[in-house]
Design a protein around this ligand. Structure first.
Ligand code: ATP
Ligand SMILES: Nc1ccn([C@@H]2O[C@H](COP(=O)(O)O)[C@@H](O)[C@H]2O)c(=O)n1
Length: 241
């Protein structure tokens, strides 16, 4: 086996690669990039997108239990910031939530980055499910500016479900006492409008890059999770994480 295939097959460790470099043993440029990318300790990111009530939070919790990712919900972080005493963004965030509008990316992206840094520091976990983000072009551009160089983006989970089912689930969640100011018909109409006009183009953008894994979330949660698990196992076999 030659040197190239030793690296390619990951028989050489990062330390050995460094040794080769010091000893002036030449690695081909593209193989070196491939090797260092595989060894990257940047946070691994999966975006989870889908309509309101499609089951993003539900499936993320199951993934956390089985695959050890940390779940970061952009909506939860925004609700937390809205309720934080002294937050200068509370009123703006609440107005966006009730009216199904998207909060400016500078706020959301900073909340996400801080949560990632905190998680890494406190638990060492470096694999994240980012739920409900990027939701529009502003989110996408802001993420590219602030975060894209700092992370390894893996793919988008697109949880797909009909509007009728999704609305029914959110209303039921509201009736069961979610306490969310947007689990009502008025807000849901606006949230769906934003989803169709602003979020679908983002999903399509990633589809064009072949970065979308689509899951039908109309069956019950456990049935849906079987498909999620298959997709994640495949990604794991591809050594994406
Ligand atoms: N596959 C499913 N079948 C039936 N009910 C479900 C399913 N998945 C989730 N639910 C229920 O539907 C409601 C919405 O689910 P969840 O909060 O996971 O959705 P979401 O996509 O995160 O919603 P949002 O975007 O509004 O935060 C919850 O009450 C949840 O228990
Ligand atoms: N990237 C995001 C995510 C969410 N919001 C706002 O929060 C609302 C609730 O989001 P859920 O994911 O918990 O349903 C959403 O309707 C937006 O108003 C946001 O602005 N940006």
């Amino acid at each position: 086996m030659n040197f190239t295939s030793l690296v390619f097959n990951r028989i050489l460790s990062r330390k050995q690669v460094v040794h080769c470099i010091k000893k002036n043993i030449i690695l081909s440029n593209s193989l070196f990039k491939l090797h260092t990318r595989k060894m990257s300790d940047k946070p691994k990111i999966i975006f989870v997108l889908g309509a309101p009530g499609a089951g993003k939070g539900t499936q993320c919790e199951k993934i956390v239990d089985t695959f050890g990712f940390k779940h970061l919900s952009a909506g939860d972080l925004l609700r937390e910031e809205r309720s934080r005493e002294g937050s200068e963004f509370g009123a703006l965030i609440e107005d966006c939530i009730v009216n199904g509008k998207i909060v400016p990316v500078e706020i959301t992206c900073s909340l996400l980055e801080n949560a990632m840094i905190r998680t890494k520091k406190e638990t060492g976990n470096n694999k994240f499910l980012i739920d409900g983000f990027p939701r529009n072009e502003d989110n996408l551009q802001g993420w590219q500016r602030q975060m894209s160089e700092k992370v390894d983006f893996l793919f988008v989970f697109f949880l797909d479900c009909s509007e009728d089912l999704c609305v029914g689930r959110c209303l039921k969640r509201g009736q069961a006492g979610s306490g969310r100011s947007d689990d009502n018909l008025d807000s849901l109409k606006k949230r769906f409008n934003t989803y169709m006009t602003d979020t679908m183009p983002i999903i399509e953008h990633y589809q064009k890059l072949n970065k979308v894994r689509k899951i039908d979330t109309s069956p019950g949660p456990d049935e849906v999770f079987k498909s999620v698990q298959t997709a994640l196992q495949q990604a794991h076999d591809e050594k994406l994480f």
